[in-house]
Ligand binder design. Structure first.
Ligand code: NAD
Length: 258
C-alpha cells in the first residue's frame, strides 16, 4: 500500500491552487507524509500570504522562503530542515522560469541573458537543491522533478524552456547515477499540458491543451491530482527499483505519431 507515514517531504513550487506542486503536496499529505513547503518570496510578501493560506489545511511543519537564485536562502532552507527534522526523505522540485518574451516567436532570438536565466532557474536549480538535500537523506530518499515533452521534441513557442527541460532531464540521469549508491532515487515526471501560472506564459497553451484533447489516447489532458498521485508513487517504496527515469503522465500523448 502507498504509505508515506514517517517520511519528511519538502515541496517547492506552490504558487496557487492551480500549481502542479499543490496537487503533489495534497497527495503526499493524503499518503501520510510530514510536509515542508517553500515559497518564492517577493517584496510585498504577497506570495507568502497566499501560499500560507492555501497550504494551511495540510499543516506543513516547515514553511520557508526559498528563491533558487539565492544561495543563502537555499542554505538556510536545508539548515532548517536538518535542525527541525533531522532527516529528509522526499524532495519535490516543481519550479521553472523564463522570460515571457522568450516563450513565443523565433527561438533564434533568445537573448544570452534570457537563455542563462531559464537554464539557471529551471535546470541548474535541481543540481543545487539535490546537493543540499542529499546529505540529509540519511535513510535513502526520492527526488522528483517536473518536465515536459518540449524537452525532447519541438513544441511551438516552448523555445528556451525546451532547452532547459532537456538539460533538466539529463541532470536527472547524472544525479541518479551519482546518488544511487546512497539509495537516493532521482526521477522526472513529464506532465501533459495543464493551465497554471507558469504555463500561461507559454504562447498558445490553450491550443496545446485542445490538441492533446483531440489526439491523446485518453482524449483529455491530465490533472494536478494525477501528477500528484504519480509523485506519491515515485516518493514511496512502491517505486524502489525506479531511478533516473522520465515517467510520462500525459494521457498517452507522447506515443502518438499522427
Ligand atoms: P506554477 O506557476 O504554479 O509553478 C511554478 C513555480 O515556480 C511557482 O511556484 C514559482 O514561484 C516557482 N519559481 C519560479 N522562479 C523561482 C525561483 N527563482 N525560485 C523558487 N521558485 C521559483 O506552474 P506549474 O505549471 O505548476 O509549474 C511547475 C513545474 O511543472 C515547472 O517545472 C513546469 O515547467 C512543469 N510543467 C508544467 C506543465 C504545465 O502544463 N503546467 C507541464 C509539464 C511540466
Amino acid at each position: 500500500m502507498l504509505n508515506l507515514t514517517g517520511k519528511n517531504a519538502l515541496v517547492t513550487g506552490i504558487a496557487n491552487n492551480r500549481s502542479i506542486a499543490w496537487g503533489i503536496a495534497q497527495q503526499l499529505h493524503q499518503a501520510g507524509a510530514n510536509l515542508g513547503v517553500t515559497f518564492l518570496p517577493d517584496e510585498k510578501g504577497r506570495y507568502e500570504k497566499k501560499v500560507a493560506e492555501l497550504v494551511e489545511p495540510l499543516q506543513p511543519s516547515l514553511f520557508l522562503p526559498c528563491d533558487v537564485q539565492n544561495e543563502e536562502q537555499i542554505e538556510s532552507t536545508f539548515a532548517t530542515v536538518q535542525e527541525k527534522w533531522g532527516k529528509l526523505d522526499i524532495l519535490i522540485h516543481c519550479l521553472a522560469f523564463a522570460n515571457k518574451d522568450d516563450l513565443t516567436g523565433d527561438f533564434s532570438k533568445t537573448s544570452r541573458a534570457g537563455f542563462n536565466l531559464a537554464l539557471e532557474v529551471s535546470a541548474y536549480s535541481l543540481v543545487q537543491l539535490s546537493r543540499a538535500a542529499s546529505p540529509l537523506m540519511t535513510e535513502g530518499g526520492s527526488i522528483i522533478t517536473l518536465t515536459y515533452l518540449g524537452g525532447v521534441r519541438v513544441i511551438s513557442n516552448y523555445n528556451v524552456m525546451g532547452v532547459a527541460k532537456a538539460a533538466l532531464e539529463m541532470n536527472v540521469r547524472y544525479l541518479a547515477a551519482e546518488l544511487g549508491p546512497q539509495n537516493i532515487r532521482v526521477n522526472a515526471i513529464s506532465a501533459g499540458p495543464i493551465r497554471t501560472l507558469a504555463s500561461s506564459a507559454v504562447g498558445g497553451i490553450l491550443d496545446m491543451i485542445h490538441h492533446v484533447e483531440e489526439i491523446a489516447p485518453l482524449r483529455r489532458t491530465v490533472t494536478q491530482t494525477e501528477v500528484g498521485n504519480t509523485a506519491a508513487f515515485l516518493a514511496s517504496d512502491l517505486s524502489s527499483g525506479i531511478t533516473g527515469q522520465v515517467l510520462y503522465v500525459d494521457s498517452g500523448y507522447a506515443i502518438m505519431g499522427m
